[in-house]
Design a protein around this ligand. Structure first.
Ligand code: HEM
Length: 118
């Protein structure tokens, strides 16, 4: 069902959350080096699709798989943790219920195996 997707405000909510998420990532010295030279608009658009699908919304993620997307980046656990913190700040700002935040984070956590490359 799409209750979780609704908790995130559907597509308009996800677009706003991803805008703030990217701003947070660019403001944080731990994550800025990865994102400043990347195609930020593409990443945000792909994240909207990916999270929409993960949350039970009417979307199908069509971007790179997580291993391909991050293979060239030398991401460590500390970078992954910093990214999650910045996502939590964005979700809080948009008043996503804590329970719904944790459900998304539980779906993202296992991806660390494909994202952390060193
Ligand atoms: C569960 C955690 C993560 C998820 C779900 C995720 C998701 C994504 C998605 C959907 C894309 C776009 C793929 C495409 O272009 O088709 C992407 C690209 C990217 N991600 Fe992640 N990501 C995660 C963790 C991280 C971390 C920890 C970092 C670095 C701190 C990072 C840095 C990047 C960068 C720099 C790109 C752009 C790569 C390029 O275009 O060269 N990601 N990610």
């Amino acid at each position: 069902d799409d209750a979780l997707y609704k908790d995130f405000g559907e597509r308009p909510g996800l677009v706003r959350i991803m805008d703030d998420f990217m701003n947070n990532l660019l403001a944080d010295p731990r994550t800025r080096p990865f994102f400043e030279k990347a195609n930020q608009e593409r990443i945000k658009a792909q994240l909207v699709e990916q999270f929409c699908e993960l949350l039970g919304g009417p979307c199908k993620y069509g971007g790179l798989d997580m291993k391909q997307a991050h293979a060239h980046l030398a991401i460590r656990q500390e970078h992954f943790n910093a990214l999650v913190e910045n996502l939590q700040i964005a979700m809080d700002k948009h008043q996503v219920p804590f329970r719904a935040q944790n459900k998304l984070l539980a779906k993202l956590a296992p991806m660390h195996r494909d994202v952390i490359t060193r």
